[in-house]
Write a protein that binds this ligand. Sequence first.
Ligand SMILES: [Zn+2]
Length: 236
Amino acid sequence: MKWSLNLGSVSGIRIYVHWTFMLLVGWILFVQLGAGRNPLEAARSVLFIIAIFGCITLHELGHALTAKRYGIRTRDITLLPIGGLARLERLPENPTHELWVALAGPAVNVAIAAGLYVMLRLAYGAALPEFAFDIAEGSFLTNLMYVNLGIVVFNLLPAFPMDGGGCCGPCWRTASMRCRRPASPRRWARRWRSSSDSPGCWAGTRSCSSSRSSFTSVRTRNSACTRCAARWPACA
Ligand SMILES: [Zn+2]
């Protein structure tokens, strides 16, 4: 993305921050100093925003590194005032992989919140330090823990471009395939052979549990999908 500063790279994935992020920092300083806060309190607010964006970067790396596990490259991750953006080269064709990639981001924030909770419990016991909606008040770590939980809830909203929306597609396709009446072996063989049709590939894979016994008798048993190179018996 143009006008972005390179912050470095993790596992070959470049991380950028867009210049508009500075507008957010400037706005935070303006609001905090305008509200009569001293420079130290205003600096703490900016530090808190940077900590949130650190968690968002880890969230995006969760998506990107899970995608990498399935052979999908991520061009880069860019931090914008509205959040992070991981640009994957493509979406996984296998709906289970797609689901894991979508869930990996929120899972990172759950792990961060859990880690902060354990730290706070060890340090303060049962009575956690107070949470405050104002970022200049309350406990820094308690606020950060709740913000991470907020990121999880917000991202799992079942709408695009949220991660919840990304989960809907594979869940719906998987459910619809499970509900479908098992096709005849001849029809499965035809689907499996149609290598230019990627849904045909995962459709065969996902439904193997219902039609496995009949499918094993057809002669295409050892044929591979030319797109993902998966072999039919892999799911048997
Ligand atoms: Zn996400």
